[in-house]
Design a protein. Structure first.
Length: 234
């Protein structure tokens, strides 16, 4: 599951730890350090989920959550972080619309697990592989219903085999696929293909989605194994 997560955390070291953990999970992360910046980023970027520290400067987490729920995307999931363990604070956050909360100090692994759960429950994030939602990995989005591929919002024309390869790889960003696995994705569209034909499909896809196909930043070779689709934006 690949999502764009907005992290609003005034502790820069903590924010960086969350950002790295999210990227390791294949997510995109935007980090801000005060509540006003969080609201501005939420309006501009339309994130799939917000990780929201309660004790933000300028506008606190309660104010941010209240504004998000009254804004253009009132259903955006919110995971609230709080150093306060008082029941009243937690209840107020949930009443304002937070989907989950964690009390500091917390385990980054547990936070990532909570984020996965909230994304799955909300249906946000591109790689919900139920066959009818848009799959996203970084700049790439694949719509299996409309049979459309977009790169940075621009339509990309793909052959049926190329489409199936991208759909599989975008569904599991950062996973390394062998040629045999990718060849299996094309069966029914390209029955005469061999594993080496996958290299041709990858080369053609790079021409279509890479800023510089000679120096791939999205569709990467893992030498001796196969290929992976990076969720990071070049």
């Amino acid at each position: 599951m690949c999502a764009h997560v907005l992290v609003a955390e005034d502790d820069e070291k903590q924010a960086e730890l969350i950002r790295r953990s999210l990227q390791a999970e294949g997510h995109d992360a935007t980090v801000v350090h005060d509540g006003a910046a969080a609201l501005d980023a939420a309006r501009r970027l339309g994130p799939d989920l917000v990780v929201l520290d309660l004790m933000l400067p300028v506008v606190d987490g309660f104010g941010v959550c209240r504004a998000l729920r009254g804004g253009a995307d009132p259903d955006v999931p919110v995971v609230m972080l709080t150093a306060r363990s008082a029941e009243d604070d937690v209840l107020l956050g949930l009443e304002l619309g937070a989907d989950d909360y964690m009390t500091k100090p917390y385990s980054p692994r547990e936070l990532m697990a909570r984020i996965r759960t909230v994304l799955r429950r909300s249906g946000r994030g591109g790689a919900v592989r139920d066959g009818d939602r848009v799959v996203r990995a970084g700049a790439i989005s694949v719509d299996p219903v409309r049979h459309e591929v977009r790169c940075d919002g621009t339509p990309v024309e793909c052959t049926p085999a190329e489409f199936q390869i991208l759909l599989a790889m975008a569904g599991e960003p950062e996973r390394v696929f062998t040629r045999r696995q990718l060849l299996h994705c094309t069966r029914g569209f390209d029955r005469a293909s061999t594993e080496r034909a996958v290299d041709v499909h990858i080369m053609n896809l790079r021409r279509k989605i890479e800023p510089d196909p000679r120096r791939p930043a999205r569709l990467l070779t893992v030498f001796g194994v196969g290929y992976k689709l990076s969720a990071a934006r070049p």
